[in-house]
Write a protein that binds this ligand. Structure first.
Ligand code: ADP
Ligand code: MG
Length: 351
């Protein structure tokens, strides 16, 4: 039996899942997520060597001596750093294939979710990295398609489904019908930009300097569970820019929302533009059936409500927004009803 591996090569996180054939309960397959790590490599600048990949590399951020750098090779959605991206992909595939779930003897079939904006040269690099890491057949799947499959949307049917995948570096928006992407747009405004907007706001309003990780904590903490009262406060520690001393300020959920207005508006505008470019029948389907949000950004406080209000379309958050893409890449290899998606795979168009 051929082993199958699905990979979500995200700008922030890489996930790997392994498909297993099973006849239990009449279900023909089972998918297990066996790896979920930040897309980070730690590099020794003197020699160019990669010293660590994934969680281990992320821990080094901000704690490295001068000659070490923690790099996110896919940061802006395209492969910003080619060599390091390839090494990272190889390392993750090796970790997945060496886990005891897979037999080292058979070459696994592999599906990789790639950002829809990547060039054919970059696609070749991803494919080569996968092949050199021991994969047999390699399929490249557009990320929003994988997200749609992972979110159980009827991607093969003649109805329009819209997916908005808000990751770290990019937001990808796509309308899917009959196993293909009909219209899509990818913008470089997503989770990282939101963190940055929070950093800028605190600097401007409170003269407070904070790092990326603190900004991300603020974004997480003020999620939907924080409470519905916009006046609830959150304590932020940083450095006073005027005297360089540590300082704590309390900011409200309303302020964080205000800080993020600009990038959030860009995302909503991109959704509107994509809908405007959608053929009328498919647009009618979307107005009726709604938009599905995926990626880590789907969990942002009130984003679903904001889109619903602005675009006047029902908006749903996928069940496991961070796992949709990897589940989609895993499922596309084992679910026979999705065969046509493989025929439409990402690089057949570009070649
Ligand atoms: P990518 O596919 O680009 O790797 P992910 O889908 O893994 O990205 O999402 C990562 C982004 O989602 C990060 O910017 C992170 O800050 C954001 N994120 C994760 N969880 C949450 C949350 N609960 N609330 C808001 N943003 C979140
Ligand atoms: Mg993603």
């Amino acid at each position: 039996m051929t082993q199958t591996i699905g990979i979500d090569l995200g700008t922030a996180n890489t996930l790997v899942c392994v498909g297993e054939q099973t006849s239990k309960n009449g279900v023909p397959y089972k998918l297990n997520i066996i790896l979920n790590e930040p897309s980070v490599v730690a590099v020794d600048y003197r020699s160019g060597d990669v010293l660590a990949v994934g969680s281990e590399a992320r821990k080094m951020i901000g704690r490295t001596p001068d000659y070490l750098r923690a790099i996110r090779p896919l940061k802006d959605g395209v492969i910003a750093d080619f060599d390091y991206a390839s090494q990272m992909i190889s390392e993750f595939i090796k970790r997945a294939t060496s886990s005891n779930l897979l037999s080292p003897l058979s070459k696994p079939k592999l599906a990789i979710g790639v950002p829809s904006g990547i060039t054919s040269v970059e696609k070749r690099a991803v494919r080569e990295a996968a092949e050199s890491a021991g994969a047999g057949q390699v399929y490249l799947i557009d990320e929003p398609m994988a997200a749609g499959i992972g979110a159980c949307l009827p991607v093969s049917e003649p109805v329009g489904s819209m997916v908005v995948d808000i990751g770290g570096g990019t937001t990808e928006i796509a309308v899917i019908s009959l196993s293909g992407i009909v219209v899509s747009e990818s913008i470089r405004v997503a989770g990282d930009e939101l963190n940055d907007a929070i950093i800028q706001y605190l600097k401007k309003v409170y003269n407070l300097a904070i790092g990326e990780r603190t900004a991300e904590e603020i974004k997480f903490a003020l999620g939907p569970d924080f409470g519905n009262n916009g006046d609830d406060k959150f304590e932020v520690r940083g450095l006073n820019l005027i005297n360089g001393l540590p300082r704590t300020v309390s900011i409200s959920q309303m302020e964080v929302r205000e800080a993020m207005v600009e990038p959030l508006t860009s995302i909503i505008e991109a959704v509107k533009r994509t809908l405007e470019r959608t053929p009328p029948e498919l647009a009618a389907d979307i107005f009726e059936r709604g938009i599905t949000l995926a990626g880590g950004g789907a969990m942002l406080d009130s984003l679903d409500v904001a889109i619903r209000n602005e675009v006047e379309v029902p908006v749903y958050i996928a069940e496991n927004p961070l796992e949709c893409v990897v589940i989609g890449t895993g499922r596309v290899l084992v679910d026979k009803t999705l065969k046509r998606v493989l025929d439409h795979q990402a690089d057949t168009v570009a070649q």
